[in-house]
Design a protein. Structure first.
Length: 546
């Protein structure tokens, strides 16, 4: 496979596509009108769209380029895709001449430093695919609004939803900023396709793309002083990243409050500033209700929001709890719909804050403490571990299974150790101005066994930490009113108590014998060490932290 020839052919094909007669350039208002013809109007006055593919095709995604971007481990599907790549590309480029395409150009971010220009081409041979162009317009910025940065790579994404199902694939060429999505009509491929490429370019410019939400919390601390903290919340899909990014934590006192910056991806600079990427948030709607998630719920019922794969009946009645179609129902909300909670697009630098808090969300169900305070070394280790469970947004067949993903970021291209070392160096340089925590949004107490066929049987259900409990925990962290003590199993600092949360109900002796705790803890420790040792070049301080 001649990589350089392939890249040249792709660049020529995409640049030619821009000016072809079968490519139509439409404004956002026109796209909305065209898209709504294929949606269902809801009781809220917005529209729900249903895709054929309802989750990302992670196992069918390949990176192509120099050795530093190619995936080190490939499944059988990815090997097949690569073996057929030259024929596939020839077929795709021939199809470029035949299908009708809609083209939109948007900008990612609004800042003076880094704002990729994102061009989407979507085949509308299947006419309802026009919704994908509309949804991109509602997620990324208009070229004329906000700021354009000094570094502005051109990123291109070409969608052909009608490609044969047996040949579905997502082909990423990071070094030339081009992605082809073949055979999928799921919007997540467009959103993550642009973000994935942007994170690669950010890394080449001494920044780090983080799969994380960002917010500002203004709190009255234990001394009665108002403090302003930035918070970066890491988490895989469906672990509570967006939920807690968009939670007010009951900060109701005078001068207290939150500002929501971003919910999914930010670009961290060495000065501690986190550059935002999007104007619209692509949120999970599963179980969304006004009681536990009022900010998100009130935003999702606005007329300018978009629903995707949500259950809407023939009368337009919306049911966020109905998972008949999928457990991965989604919605795009506008930042402006967050009202007084909408902050700037970007998190300011450390020099403008009283501190920066890194919260690593995990979702474990057995012996991991609900909240732990971390050293810089431990934080970098948990960044590398990226512990959680698989969700319906990634691989629905494996939903609920234990998973590890460096940086809780399935979209990293290139060297994983480089990212862990970057985070560690940043935290060490800024010790005293940064705080790090592990938040377990799962719970404790679960016992799972397997029968002779390998099927999982839940012998004892997990005691889950509720959304409001975790929101209170975060509130106590930023207020600084927690007394920390060392726990005996992992050697981490945990709270002695937390206002408004019964932490004793999570004590492990309520669920397990001492031998069971020892077995579960030792197994997890062993898995963690083995995982960290996989990464060549990872600093020893990180490997030895746990």
């Amino acid at each position: 496979m001649d990589i350089l020839s392939i890249q040249n052919a792709i660049e020529n094909a995409v640049k030619t596509l821009c000016n072809q007669d079968n490519v139509y350039h439409k404004d956002p208002k026109t796209l909305r009108k065209m898209a709504e013809e294929f949606g269902i109007k809801t009781e809220f006055g917005n529209y729900n769209f249903v895709s054929s593919v309802k989750n990302r095709s992670a196992d069918l995604t390949v990176y192509i380029g120099s050795e530093k971007v190619m995936q080190k481990e490939l499944n059988e599907n990815q090997k097949r895709i690569l073996s057929n790549i030259e024929k596939t590309l020839a077929d795709v480029h021939e199809y470029f001449k035949k299908a009708p395409f809609v083209c939109v150009k948007r900008r990612m971010g609004s800042n003076p430093y880094f704002t990729p220009i994102c061009t989407l081409f979507v085949s509308v041979h299947k006419k309802d695919a026009v919704r994908l162009a509309y949804m991109v317009c509602e997620t990324l910025f208009d070229l004329k609004e906000g700021q354009t940065g000094e570094v502005k790579p051109n990123l291109y994404l070409v969608y052909i939803p009608e490609w044969q199902e047996k040949d579905r694939q997502i082909i990423v060429f990071p070094e030339i900023g081009i992605t082809y999505v073949l055979g999928s009509d799921y919007y997540g491929e467009a959103k993550k396709g642009f973000l994935r490429m942007a994170m690669w370019y950010a890394k080449q410019n001494d920044m780090l793309g983080l799969h994380a939400g960002a917010k500002i919390l203004k709190v009255r601390d234990v001394n009665g002083k108002i403090k302003k903290y930035g918070m970066i919340i890491f988490g895989l899909t469906a672990t509570g990243k967006t939920t807690h990014t968009c939670h007010d934590h009951g900060l109701k006192e005078k001068e207290e409050g939150i500002e929501i910056i971003q919910d999914d991806v930010v670009f961290l600079r060495k000065d501690g500033a986190a550059l935002g990427s999007e104007k619209g948030f692509y949120v999970k709607t599963e179980g969304l209700n006004p009681k536990t998630q009022p900010l998100l719920y009130n935003a999702i019922i606005k007329t300018d929001s978009i629903l995707e794969n949500v259950m809407v009946d023939y009368k337009g009645k919306v049911d966020f709890s109905d998972q008949t179609l999928t457990g991965n129902g989604r919605g795009i909300i506008q930042r402006t719909s967050l009202g007084k909670y909408m902050g700037d697009v970007n998190l300011p630098s450390l020099s403008e804050l009283d501190g920066l808090i890194f919260a690593f969300i995990t979702r474990r169900n057995t012996v991991v403490p609900i909240v732990s305070k971390l050293t810089s070394e431990q934080a970098a280790a948990f960044f590398m571990l990226g512990e959680s469970v698989e969700s319906t947004g990634g691989d629905p067949k494996r939903a609920g299974e234990s998973v590890r993903e460096v940086g809780t970021n399935p979209f990293i291209i290139g060297d994983y150790a480089q990212e862990g070392n970057w985070i560690y160096d940043f935290l060490k340089i800024n010790e005293g101005r940064t705080q790090c925590y592990l938040l377990n949004t799962g719970g404790v107490g679960e016992i799972v066994e397997k029968d002779e066929k390998g099927n999982k049987i839940v012998k004892q259900k997990v005691l889950r930490v509720e959304i409001e409990e975790m929101a209170n925990i975060i509130k106590s962290i930023v207020k600084g009113d927690i007394e920390w003590i060392k726990e005996p199993n992992f050697g981490l600092l945990v709270p002695k108590s937390i206002k408004g949360v019964d932490m004793k109900k999570f004590d492990l002796e309520k669920f397990y014998t001492k031998d069971q705790v020892k077995t579960l803890v030792n197994q997890l420790k062993k898995e963690r060490v083995e995982w960290l040792k996989r990464f060549e070049g990872l600093k020893k301080e990180i490997i030895n932290a746990l």
